[in-house]
Design a protein around this ligand. Structure first.
Ligand code: GLU
Length: 304
């Protein structure tokens, strides 16, 4: 069975190499602040499964380096979480990344990323792929390759219970904290329009900008989630909006989710656009989706 999968991988990677001439096409640069020095961790993986298999140039470069460099979250429980005492990473995205490294027969190095830094690091070639609650969108597909989704989450909103905010209606004319480089502000605005809370005649999904939107709700953008959590405690924002998986760690005793979850977020493995490594990763992810490997990781990490 394993032999068959790798034979398939080989032919797919080879055919993509022929189609693309093995070139890496950098089509876009992300916005946002410069990445800070990443925290890294090296983990030895098990025996090589790569003997006598040919790979495209991008994939071969990772094998030659001997290390797969992966951008992951470090504070999303069940997805990408780093134990502050041991430095160990765990979660669904960590398990998938480790299995990709094992398939290549290389070690793995994790770099903690934010919504804003993950694409900068990928574009700069500092990491080979991103497994960091990265939602697949049509717009993003113009700039990066994404695997088939390995998990679907939803967007929600966290508030201080004492504010009495409970619904999308209660968010009318409020200020909401979101992360730069995230889908959250657009998703919340759309959900409020669909719920009839705001008119939305001037909403245009393509040109929407969280920084300038003021119709019925406005946004403050932050570099990372701890900063939004602090702003929520300080009353600098009335609510904190992002994927429910990310909000979980910030849901303290004094806080609650509003009664709404919306905008499905399909998480995919992101790789450089046009890279043969994208094809390699896609083959693995689609195989692990159909053979139950990913469902096993989802269950192991307490996710639904
Ligand atoms: N998943 C959302 C996105 O990709 C939320 C941001 C995040 O992943 O940190 O935009």
């Amino acid at each position: 069975m394993r032999k068959r999968i790798f034979a398939l991988l080989t032919s797919l990677v080879l055919s993509l190499s022929l189609m693309t001439g093995c070139g890496e096409t950098k089509t876009s640069a992300s916005t946002g602040e410069a990445a800070s020095a990443p925290a890294t961790e090296s983990v030895a993986t098990e025996e090589s499964e790569t003997e006598s298999v040919s790979f495209g140039a991008d994939t071969q470069a990772i094998i030659d380096r001997g290390v797969l460099r992966v951008g992951v979250k470090n504070a999303v429980i069940g997805f990408g979480f780093q134990d502050t005492l041991t430095g160990e990473y765990s979660g669904l995205e960590i398990s998938i990344a480790e299995k990709i490294a094992k398939s290549l027969g290389v070690d793995i190095e994790f770099t903690a990323v934010t919504a804003a830094t993950r694409t900068e690091l990928l574009d700069a070639g500092d990491i080979d792929c991103v497994l960091a609650t990265f939602t697949i969108t049509e717009e993003r597909k113009n700039s990066w390759d994404f695997s088939t989704p390995y998990y679907t989450d939803y967007v929600s909103v966290l508030v201080e219970t004492a504010t009495g905010i409970k619904t999308l209606e209660d968010l009318k004319d409020k200020t909401v904290g979101v992360s730069s480089g995230s889908t959250s502000a657009k998703a919340l605005t759309k959900a409020m329009i669909e719920a009839g809370v705001i008119d939305g005649s001037s909403f245009d999904a393509d040109s929407f900008d969280a920084a300038t939107w003021t119709e019925g709700v406005s946004f403050k953008q932050y570099d990372d989630y701890p900063a939004i959590s602090t702003a929520l405690s300080a009353g600098e924002v009335d609510a904190f909006c992002v994927d429910k998986s990310i909000l979980a760690i910030y849901n303290t005793d004094t806080r609650d989710y509003i009664d709404a979850k919306f905008s499905p977020q399909d998480y995919g493995v992101a790789t450089k656009k046009g890279s043969d490594f994208s094809v390699y990763v896609e083959t693995l992810v689609s195989t692990w989706l159909s053979d139950g490997t990913i469902a096993g990781f989802v269950a192991e990490n307490g996710l639904e």
